[in-house]
Unconditional design. Structure first.
Length: 156
């Protein structure tokens, strides 16, 4: 917030904040974050966090939008990709885009980068969107709950 007051940053963002944590920081500081970066992919959709963010004008940004590649072998994703003649990564990224999430996938090389950008030149049908949304298991693939996570220095 000091950096924003000094004009050195325009907006404040947070990562892995639950609605409760956002309420606490907003109540304590009087400032609401503009963006909340959370683990988000078809198997962990964080519907409650997304709904809170949306109702409070906070953008949702996905970290690990491809679940470190794990979701790319899901049979539903693979079938949609084959039918549309797209890669599984393109299908998953397009699902994020059509849901209105900010998505910045990792690209290990120029081929992956080009593949990721190609997610912008097609659309998924409502049926495909629903199929992908039905994959939600509401469980983190990485096991980091911001309300209980303990680092060597204590609660993070």
């Amino acid at each position: 917030m000091r950096l924003q007051e000094e004009g050195r940053v325009r907006s404040i963002g947070v990562a892995n904040f639950t609605p409760e944590l956002i309420k606490d920081i907003t109540s304590d500081s009087g400032v609401s974050p503009v963006i909340n970066q959370v683990e988000l992919h078809p198997r962990f959709q964080q519907r409650d966090v997304r709904a809170y963010n949306a109702s409070n004008g906070i953008l949702t940004q996905a970290w690990s939008p491809l679940e470190h590649g794990l979701v790319l072998t899901n049979p539903e994703i693979v079938e949609i990709a084959k039918r549309l003649e797209r890669s599984p990564a393109q299908v998953v990224l397009r699902w994020h885009i059509q849901n209105g999430f900010v998505v910045i996938p990792k690209a290990a090389d120029s081929k992956h980068l080009a593949d990721n950008f190609a997610a912008w030149d097609f659309e998924l049908s409502e049926a495909d969107m629903a199929r992908i949304s039905s994959l939600d298991q509401n469980q983190s693939s990485f096991g980091l709950d911001p309300m209980t996570y303990q680092s060597e220095r204590g609660r993070s």
